[in-house]
Each structure stands twice: as C-alpha cells, then as structure tokens.
Design a protein around this ligand. Structure first.
Ligand code: FES
Ligand SMILES: [Fe+2]
Length: 421
C-alpha cells in the first residue's frame, strides 16, 4: 500500500503562511523550524512586547542584578539605591563591551571590565578615565530598557514605545496578586531548562491540559474533571463533581471574606498584552501541590487567610505563566534561543521568613513541577521532531485547547500587525 503524504508548503514567507492559515489548526511547519521566522519572532514578539523575566525577590537588595538574554540582546535588571527596579542594555557606552557576564550577583557600581567606565546602578556614567575637559558624562549613561515591577514580578520591554495596554493589565492582575505579597518572598529554588523545541511549542504545550494524563503528579492535585461540565460529567465522576462544587463554593466564600475577586478574567488574544487569570480549587486537602493536597511550606504567603486557597493561575502572552498557592508561588519564563531551542526558567518562591529545613524542604516544594517540567520537555521535544518531519501538516485543536488557539491567534495577529506596519 502506498501512503500519500500531504506535504506542508516549504515556503517560509510568514505573510503567505498567515494568509492561508486554517483557523483552529496548528501552525505550518516553518513557524517552528525556520530561522527567518525565528528572527521575525525575536523582532515582532520579543522586542515589542512586555516579557516576564524575573521575580522581584531575585533582586531584593540595592545592587542585586540579573542578566537576561533575549535573542541578540543582553539586559541587566538591577535594583537601584532607591530600591527601584531598573533595566539597561548590557552594553558599554564606550566601545560596546559586554559589561556583566554573570547571570546574577550584586554590585556597588556597574564597571565595564574593558577600560573601566563606571556606571551607577541607576545607569549614570560616574567615571571614565582620560577624557578631555569637554567630556560630558551625562551623555553616556547606560541605555535604559523599559521595566515594570508588578506585584513582585519583573517585566521588561525592549520596544521604544511599549504596548500601552500593559498599564491596564498590570492594574488588573495586580489586584489578584497583591494578597500574595510576592515582594516579601524569597527564591527557594530556581531551575533553568533548555527545551529542544521552538518557543511557541513550549507555550502551546503549557496552554492546554489535553495531555495532562502525562502529568500524574500534577493532576493528582486537581479534581479529575478536566473537560467535563455539569451537563456531561459521567456517572462514575458524580461524587468527584460534588466534591469539586463544594470546594469551589468554599474558595469563593474565602475570596469574598478576604475582599478578593472571585471571577477570573480572560483576554488572551484581543489585545497586545494578552492575559488570563483563573482561580481554581485543589482536590484532597486542597492546600498545595502534593498528592494529598497538603501544604509544602508552613508559612503562608502574604495576607492569604486560608491554607485551602486553591491555585491562582496567571497566563501572560507571549512568554509566561504563574501558579500562586497559599504557601508558595511558581513562575515560568520562556525565552527563544534558536528555532528548535528555548530557555525555560522556573522559580519557586516562599515567604521571606520561611526557613529551609524547618518550614519547607526543596525536594518536597519542587516535586510536582520538577516532574511536570520534565514531562512537558519530553512532549515539546517529540513535537519539535514531528513538525520538522516533511510528513507534518497542521492539525485541529480539540474543544479543550481553546487557550492554545488563543495563543496562536494572538501570535499571528501580532506578527501580522508588525509586518503590516
Ligand atoms: S568598552 Fe567599556 S570601558 Fe571601554
Ligand atoms: Fe504539561
């Protein structure tokens, strides 16, 4: 028998590919494999939108910095002496040397290793040897990058004029995040993974739970009802559904008692800063990410009044997702490395006063998402291999992949807007 493969077009022209895209279907192969479209993504998406890059707790003291690589850019995020977050291009204003090589640390000033031009952590050039009397230091400060700290989460934007809707999004997500007081947390653990897949495959994989039977550790914390509604839940799950309804009612009552929003928000693909917030109860003890739902840290975050406070789940386009629980938070930032390679940083935060070995231990705290990340990484790897195969053609999203569809719709609209300018 001869199997006739319907081959995807090999054109890499993104406008042509966008023009013939079938709504509700995955993207054509070049969006995941082509160097040209990867470079376009760096320009149209990562250089023009707000990116989540760090927890504020990573740079909690003046002089603390992290460096972030976004495509060809290196950016320094640093806490200045007034405890404000700043971001600069990691490029010396003398002859362009990279200034900081480390991915994190603490400095008094930022000193270029080449000829020792010295910058304040607010970016001002303080010192440059052997200059004429006419040398005007004020003209050679570090080039700033837009930066915002939103409720303990640090975002940068490389554009000259960042999307203005971020202010609205920041205010609205800030309402949900405020009670967790992430600025009063510390990093309990952080892991960097290089995923063998295009950054969009990493994001698409995150945006659905259609594959969640591949995450036994993660789904054990949730009610096993994914995809069901009250109308179609099968008889074998009626008792689970009742348990879920009770936990949902308890969570809503807790939110109301604490003066916090009950309803989520979903504006994933109709704005430059697409986002979604949902707040869902957890199964079992309902407190945190463990098989029985018990807490993994004895100190609750911020002003959260209940141990049983479910999972506040935040998605932001293009590159991040977050889970906030009563006892810890987990944050995920994805950055593109190559058409078939992506950087995923996972950061676990606990209350600043929580003591390792007393209030929490890292293996227990990180068990669920360490396993989940490894499983997701394998899914991304196998999908990248598939989309590189000439036999790949776009396939249809299921009824429970609406957020993948929204991510891809957002992406296509942003690329289209960029190319149409
Ligand atoms: S390139 Fe930085 S001091 Fe010369
Ligand atoms: Fe997953």
């Amino acid at each position: 028998m001869t199997i006739q493969l319907e081959r995807s077009s090999r054109t890499d022209d993104p406008l042509t590919l966008i023009g013939r895209r079938t709504p509700g279907y995955s993207l054509e192969a070049p969006f995941y494999t082509s160097r040209e479209i990867f470079d376009l993504d760096v320009t149209a998406i990562f250089s023009e939108h707000w990116l989540f890059v760090a927890a504020g707790a990573e740079v909690s003291e003046p002089g603390d910095f992290v460096t972030v690589d976004v495509g060809p850019y290196s950016v320094v995020v640093v806490r200045d002496d007034d405890e404000e977050i700043r971001a600069f291009h990691n490029v010396c204003r003398h002859r362009g040397s990279r200034i900081l090589d480390e991915d994190r640390g603490s400095v008094g000033n930022l000193v270029c290793p080449y000829h020792h031009w010295t910058y304040n952590v607010d970016g001002r050039l303080l010192h440059a040897d052997n200059q004429p009397a006419t040398f005007d230091r004020s003209r050679f400060g570090l080039k700033p990058v837009h930066v915002r700290e939103v409720a303990g989460c640090v975002f940068i934007c490389l554009a000259d004029e960042p999307p203005a809707d971020f202010e609205d999004v920041a205010a609205r997500i800030g309402t949900y995040l405020a009670p967790y007081e992430l600025a009063r947390t510390k990093v309990a653990h952080q892991v960097d993974i290089v995923e063998a897949g295009n950054w969009k495959l990493v994001m698409e994989n995150n945006r659905e739970c259609y594959h969640c039977d591949g995450h036994p550790e993660l789904i054990s914390a949730y009610f096993p009802l994914h995809g069901y509604t009250a109308e179609d839940v099968p008889p074998r799950l009626h008792r689970v559904w009742e348990r879920y309804e009770k936990a949902s009612a308890d969570l809503q009552a807790s939110c109301l008692r604490q003066g916090l929003p009950v309803e989520g928000m979903r504006e994933l693909d109709n704005r430059p800063t697409g986002f979604m917030v949902t707040h869902a109860p957890l199964d079992g003890a309902g407190k945190s990410y463990t098989a029985g739902g018990e807490s993994v840290c004895r100190k609750r975050l911020g002003s959260i009044a209940d141990d049983r406070f479910g999972d506040l789940h935040l998605h932001l386009q293009p590159n991040s997702w977050f889970h906030m629980l009563s006892d810890h938070a987990v944050m995920f930032s994805v950055l593109p490395l190559a058409p078939d390679k992506s950087f995923l940083r996972t950061t676990w935060l606990v209350h600043a006063d929580a003591v390792e070995g007393v209030d929490y231990d890292v293996p227990t705290l990180t068990a669920v998402w360490s396993a989940t990340n490894a499983q997701d990484s394998a899914f991304v790897t196998r999908t990248q291999r598939g989309v590189e195969d000439p036999g790949y053609q776009p396939g249809p999203y299921s009824q429970v992949e609406g957020d993948v569809d929204a991510f891809v719709n957002w992406y296509v609209a942003r690329v289209d807007a960029h190319l149409s300018r």
